[in-house]
Design a protein around this ligand. Structure first.
Ligand code: ATP
Ligand code: SF4
Ligand code: MG
Length: 327
């Protein structure tokens, strides 16, 4: 296993949201992220996959400290984000950025894209007005647009171009780490690949670390070095993308891949795809959370939460009591 110096390191990360009181007076907290250990190395791209509601976006925001964890720590470049004063945190924040799913929602419709790209540079004191204007032109070129586009408003661009603008805005503070939360899923299929290729290219050229959240296993396979598979707030399997997709060890990952035939190996295609509904994150099953949908579940699976244990020497880890039996 190659060791990459860690840029982001989360340990025991947990986020519980207070649920509103229901009509019947019952209040159950939402266990959005549960006891997650996750790291992102320098210049590494880590994919996070899992069904809707499994905690991917919450995890991304926790890593950037845009949300405070209920428990656990996040270290960025060795520094515990929760222990920093607001000034120190602001300085570190320049080095981390978020790209959202919906570029239109994240851009101000009344301000020129140039001014919006320049914001981060000015807020962090990285440039004077004149320097920022020049840098905006360079950034627009880096994402495949024209410097003259700086004076236009967001509605003058297509969805794909707006996502390029959001990427330029994220790059403006010269970050080391970007969380891209479903950055292409709102775009037409025909332009998704262009934006994914842009991210892959920028990552190589600028040496960025990336947390790439996506429903699309093909894109994750293409872009990421490592993958974390989440189910009901927990990481149930993680490892090098190639190894994990080639030989998934967790029944949940196997089911996700069975639903993506072009990625599944021939021997995996006979496996059942996912059935049943995702249980509520405010009342997850005891023991292994996947047991209510798992074709291999037995009574032992309800007794205790399976730990995320080494599965292979390449860093592949799996949280399943029966992984060795069903392999
Ligand atoms: N601010 C919040 N307040 C209360 N509950 C929240 C909040 N944010 C997220 N949740 C809940 O936490 C759980 C995890 O949500 P999250 O948005 O992280 O999932 P996700 O994996 O990103 O889903 P999707 O794929 O749909 O984007 C969900 O049950 C969600 O409803
Ligand atoms: S621990 Fe049991 S229920 Fe959970 S994935 Fe493994 S076999 Fe299935
Ligand atoms: Mg999300």
């Amino acid at each position: 296993m190659t060791t990459v110096p860690l840029l982001v390191e989360a340990k025991g990360l947990t986020k519980t949201f207070r649920a509103r009181q229901s009509l019947f007076g019952r209040r159950r907290d939402i266990l959005a992220v549960r006891d997650v250990d996750l790291s992102v190395g320098g210049q590494e791209a880590v994919g996070v996959v899992g069904e809707s509601g499994c905690g991917k976006s919450t995890l991304g925001r926790l890593l950037l400290h845009l949300l405070a964890p209920t428990a656990g720590t996040v270290r960025f470049d060795g520094q515990d984000l929760a222990a920093l004063g607001s000034d120190q945190r602001r300085r570190l924040r320049r080095r981390m950025q978020l790209i959202f799913q919906d570029p239109f929602g994240s851009l101000d419709p009344r301000r020129t894209v140039g001014n919006q790209i320049a914001d981060g540079m000015l807020i962090h004191g990285l440039a004077t007005d004149a320097q920022a204007r020049e840098a905006v032109g360079d950034l627009l070129e880096q994402v495949g647009l024209e410097p003259t586009h700086a004076t236009r408003l967001p509605h003058e661009f297509s969805g794909g171009q707006r996502q390029r603008i959001a990427v330029a805005r994220a790059l403006a503070t010269q970050p080391d780490f970007i969380v891209a939360d479903e950055p292409v899923s709102a775009l037409d299929v025909s332009i998704q690949a262009q934006v994914v290729n842009l991210l892959a290219d920028l990552r190589q050229r600028l040496g960025l670390s990336l947390l790439f959240i996506s429903h699309d296993l093909h894109v994750v396979r293409h872009l990421c070095d490592r993958v974390a598979v989440m189910y009901l707030g927990r990481v149930v399997e993680t490892g090098p993308a190639a190894a994990l997709f080639e030989a998934p060890a967790h029944p949940y990952t196997q089911a996700l891949l069975a639903a993506t035939p072009s990625l599944a190996r021939r021997r995996d295609t006979g496996r059942p795809p996912l059935s049943g509904d995702l249980p509520s994150p405010s009342d997850p099953p005891s023991g292994c959370s996947f047991r209510t949908r798992c074709p291999h579940a037995n009574s032992d699976c309800a007794a205790a939460v399976p730990p995320l244990e080494p599965w292979a020497s390449d860093g592949h880890r799996v949280a399943c009591w029966r992984a060795a039996e069903i392999a």
